[in-house]
Design a binder for this molecule. Structure first.
Ligand SMILES: Cc1ncc(COP(=O)(O)O)c(C=O)c1O
Length: 343
């Protein structure tokens, strides 16, 4: 960043193209090609202020007030709030072990927002048949798919499935990525990969929104990627996250078996477990008690779109020091058992 501030080029004081710095777009195209198999050139990339702005400009270009957009239920909240604020009709569609239930998509939907690599919050990966069914559905219904791939750089086993964007032969998928999980959410840097048909309209939408994202942070990130520092950083933190993932997954299967069923997952920064018998209200009560004692667990009911929330918990391990996990789990276990530590 210091380098970017001192550089003559970024200090020149001229506006950038709305799509963002060319060097960063080249670096991102290379990175997603290698790490996720996404086929994209620098011209297909638009740099945004995080996923949230990518979704904002996409919704403005693809949809008009009153149009229907399908979201996963349960699902990530901020996009839902955004779509509602734009006057869209937001429809929750259930998620099962194979990902979004394509057969449950209602008629009259113009776009679908999905997290196929690592569903948020359930952690399932959308299977290949489901991916194909979703693409076929979008073609039949003349709808767009927004693929949010926010944390799949962190993989702890298995081979990743091809993104929808790569499987798509009809230009219906817009792929969205973010540096919030790999780097820092405070950077506010993300990107989208546009099909050629939407490119000009998306450039305009980004321009009227804020002209372009901060050139300084873009320059610093481009250099970080180009010098290989980003790849080294991801490799280093992946080893840390892998260990946390294993500690948590082992503990849930071993120590919480009578209460929780772990949803298997091999990527990302969170794990999810469904309650075997407890109600969503009871789980919420346990989470409240754990929070009062300094341990944060997220309840699945928080992510519900429909009136009937699922009972379960989501454990994020991006921010908790590895050495504190066992102690935290011990307390959560006491809360599940109404033990003396958690009364
Ligand atoms: C499902 C999902 N998508 C995207 C993001 C990143 O959003 P942004 O890039 O706006 O910070 C997150 C962060 O928590 C997320 O959970």
């Amino acid at each position: 960043m210091t380098w970017a501030l001192r550089s003559d080029e970024t200090a020149a004081g001229t506006y950038e193209h709305p799509a963002g710095r060319h060097d960063l777009r080249v670096a991102i195209a290379r990175h997603i090609g290698i790490s996720r198999g996404v086929r994209a050139s620098a011209d297909d990339i638009i740099i945004t202020n995080g996923t949230q702005q990518a979704l904002d400009i996409l919704a403005r270009v693809l949809l008009a007030s009153g149009d229907g957009i399908a979201v996963e239920d349960p699902g990530y909240g901020p996009p839902r709030q955004l779509f509602k604020a734009l006057g869209l009709r937001v429809v929750g569609v259930p998620v099962d072990r194979q990902g979004l239930v394509v057969d449950a998509l209602p008629r009259g939907i113009r776009a679908v927002y999905v997290t196929p690599s690592h569903q948020y919050p359930l952690s399932v990966t959308m299977t290949l048949p489901r991916r194909q069914a979703l693409l076929a559905w979008a073609e039949q219904n003349n709808a767009a798919i927004i693929e949010d791939d926010y944390d799949s750089e962190f993989r702890f086993g298995g081979r990743p499935l091809e993104p929808l964007q790569t499987l798509d032969a009809k230009g219906r998928v817009v792929y969205v990525g973010s540096f919030s999980k790999t780097m820092l959410p405070t950077l506010r840097l993300g990107f989208l990969v546009t099909p050629p048909s939407l490119r000009a309209a998306l450039h305009k939408a980004k321009f009227v929104s804020d002209w372009h994202s901060s050139t300084l942070t873009q320059a610093a990130l481009a250099r970080f990627l180009d010098e290989g520092a980003f790849a080294r950083h991801v490799r280093r933190v992946s080893a840390v996250y892998r260990e946390r993932h294993k500690i948590l997954a082992d503990a849930i299967t071993r120590d919480f078996a009578e209460h929780l069923e772990l949803i298997p997952s091999t990527s990302g920064l969170h794990l999810t477990a469904l309650a075997r018998r407890m109600s969503a209200d009871r789980i919420a009560e346990i989470a409240r008690r754990a929070a009062d004692r300094g341990v944060a667990i997220q309840v699945l009911s928080r992510f519900a779109v429909s009136a009937i929330p699922r009972a379960g918990i989501m454990l994020g391990y991006g921010a908790i020091p590895t050495a504190h996990i066992e102690e935290g789990l011990h307390l959560v276990r006491a809360c599940f058992d109404s033990g003396p530590q958690c009364l």
